[in-house]
Ligand binder design. Structure first.
Ligand SMILES: [Zn+2]
Ligand SMILES: [Zn+2]
Length: 280
């Protein structure tokens, strides 16, 4: 499985001199399985750039789109996703089974007038909302598991497996506060257990969290604790705060890496960045 990051910033796009290294686009991840079938997670602002690349692929006609939840920063790139405007593309929109009808609703609503000049019905790509949920056979041999997020308005984390390699993607998840429908930290530890790669929401310092508790996001230290307890091999902090500078992220990663070592863990800690590519 190959993973490429097109957006890893939280809350809203954050261009500027302070985000040049790690990037300012909001959540969008590209995954290719061994047969090069494309699965996209989330439709944040990074999806616009992904779309520009996809239309150059002459053999590409079908893809899966999986959404974690409907917050603005995870949807705002969809109206600017160029493949949606071409009839040669078929887009399977996969949510968990319980969210099937909701999927069309959340994509279509942001295209309604007066918010956007093109209606969902006018898009040329064919959309399929009848997937049986992530991991159905339309996802073409990429096994996908899900767990409810602890986040305002809910949502889902996903785990992708192929050939014994596992990528756990858990963003917009607050480990220090149980939102309605959310699980306990031990449940997320079990979900991510032994993963080769984990991206987990890590937006706040302990000091900042005194003011942001209940907002749906996790501290660096709590996210690291989960990564260590779940014995993941590589841990990428994700959903960077829009105000977080590159220098701060470098310092935070160094501190987390040292902390992991002090605790006897061999986990590799890094900050996810736009453009990052990882093969598992
Ligand atoms: Zn978010
Ligand atoms: Zn959110």
């Amino acid at each position: 499985m190959k993973i490429k990051v097109w957006g890893c910033r939280g809350t809203l796009p954050s261009p500027g001199h302070h985000t040049l290294k790690f990037g300012g686009n909001t959540t969008c991840i590209e995954i290719r399985n061994e047969k090069n079938f494309l699965t996209i997670i989330d439709a944040g602002s990074g999806m616009r750039l992904l779309g520009k690349e996809l239309i150059k692929e002459e053999n590409l006609s079908e893809m899966c789109l999986i959404l974690t939840h409907a917050h603005w920063d995870h949807l705002m790139g969809f109206p600017f996703f160029i493949p949606a405007y071409f009839s040669r593309f078929k887009i399977n929109v996969c949510g968990v089974a319980s969210a099937k009808t909701f999927m069309r609703h959340i994509l279509a609503r942001q295209l309604e007038a007066p918010y956007f000049p093109v209606n969902f019905e006018d898009l040329k790509a064919s959309f399929n909302f009848d997937c049986a949920g992530p991991g159905c056979d339309r996802c073409h041999n990429l096994a996908i598991d899900s767990i409810n997020l602890s986040h305002p308005n809910g949502g889902f984390a996903y785990k992708f497996s192929e050939n014994g390699k596992v990528f756990a993607f858990i963003t917009d998840n607050e480990l220090g506060f149980q939102h309605p429908g959310g699980k306990l930290p031990k449940d997320y530890v079990n979900f991510a257990m032994g993963a080769d790669l984990l991206f987990h929401d890590a937006q706040y310092t302990d000091k900042e969290y005194e003011k942001t508790r209940g907002w749906g996001h996790t501290t660096y230290n709590e996210a690291l604790k989960l990564a260590i307890e779940a014995k993941v091999k590589r841990f990428g902090i994700f959903h960077h705060d829009p105000d977080r500078t590159d220098e701060e992220l470098d310092r935070i990663v160094a501190e987390l890496g040292q902390r992991a070592k002090d605790l006897g863990s061999e986990v590799e800690v890094f900050a996810v960045s736009d453009g990052l590519e990882i093969s598992l």
